[in-house]
Design a protein around this ligand. Structure first.
Ligand code: ADP
Ligand code: MG
Length: 254
């Protein structure tokens, strides 16, 4: 019998996390289809990044289950989940600023295939990896910046590289935590175009405050508030939902 989760990229069941006294995530059930474009929204402190960390394994769950592509990964390490095809970016950048764009992309792809980081000194020999690295650079619009140290890149280009770092891992699912934060309108447009151009079989889960971007990229939206899912629906349904409007209005008065 095929498991009912087989066509689901992500299933969480009653996932919870408490930090000290703070219940960051409280009994969250999610079900995201393979190839779906899903946004996760909610006010600051709602638990969005924590939920990402629970799914990727960066933070262990207190309770509940996490299934990725039909496998129960609740007790898998970050690396093992990444090898199943889970790629992500972080709200705080994880780029190697002193290395070039090409070297960053290479390290990300090498980490995913489990070659190990000690091979950086020998990376010039790995022509297959280098070809892949160039493919990814092109996908994220960085071909002309391949050999520049990351520290020299404008903020928008660094965000493009973060997307590239996730794509370099050949992910089947990609999780982006506020990819457009701090970007200019023009930089946002570029990033949205690159995300839209991703292969349609890659599942996308996006945390984003910019509602224009959310509406443009997401097929479905999950709204988190105080650690719980308050509602889920299409962009139109969420836009019209009075409870969602109250949550955001409420935040503005705090
Ligand atoms: P969001 O991403 O929606 O803004 P977070 O998941 O970052 O929310 O945070 C949810 C709650 O959990 C907040 O109250 C935050 O302070 C707390 N929190 C998150 N990570 C940690 C941590 N590592 N240690 C302690 N508290 C944390
Ligand atoms: Mg966050």
């Amino acid at each position: 019998m095929p498991s009912p989760d087989q066509k689901r990229a992500i299933v969480t069941r009653q996932v919870s996390k408490t930090f000290g006294g703070v219940k960051a995530v409280k009994g969250v059930d999610l079900s995201i289809a393979v190839g779906e474009r899903r946004a996760l929204i909610g006010p600051n402190g709602a638990g969005k990044s924590t939920l990402f960390n629970l799914i990727t394994g960066d933070v262990p769950v207190d309770g509940g289950e996490i299934h990725v592509l039909g496998r129960d990964v609740t007790r898998f390490s970050v690396e093992r989940r990444a090898r199943l095809g889970l790629g992500r970016t972080y709200q705080i950048s994880q780029l190697f600023l002193n290395l070039s764009v090409e070297q960053n992309l290479f390290l990300s792809s090498a980490a995913a295939t489990g070659i190990g980081l000690n091979l950086l000194s020998r990376w010039r020999d790995r022509s297959e990896d280098r070809a892949w690295t160039r493919d990814v650079a092109e996908q994220v619009g960085l071909t002309e910046h391949l050999f520049r140290p990351v520290a020299e890149l404008a903020h928008g280009l660094q965000r493009q590289l973060e997307l590239g770092m996730a794509l370099a891992m050949r992910p089947r699912l990609i999780m982006l935590d506020e990819p457009a934060a701090g970007l200019s309108p023009a930089e946002r447009q570029t990033l949205v175009r690159l995300i839209r151009a991703m292969a349609p079989d890659i599942t996308l889960i996006l945390i984003e405050h910019d509602m224009d971007i959310v509406m443009e990229l997401a097929q479905r939206i999950t709204v988190l508030h105080r650690g719980s899912v308050v509602t889920e629906g299409t962009p139109d349904e969420i836009r019209r939902d009075p409870m969602v409007q109250r949550i955001y209005l409420g935040e503005m008065h705090v």
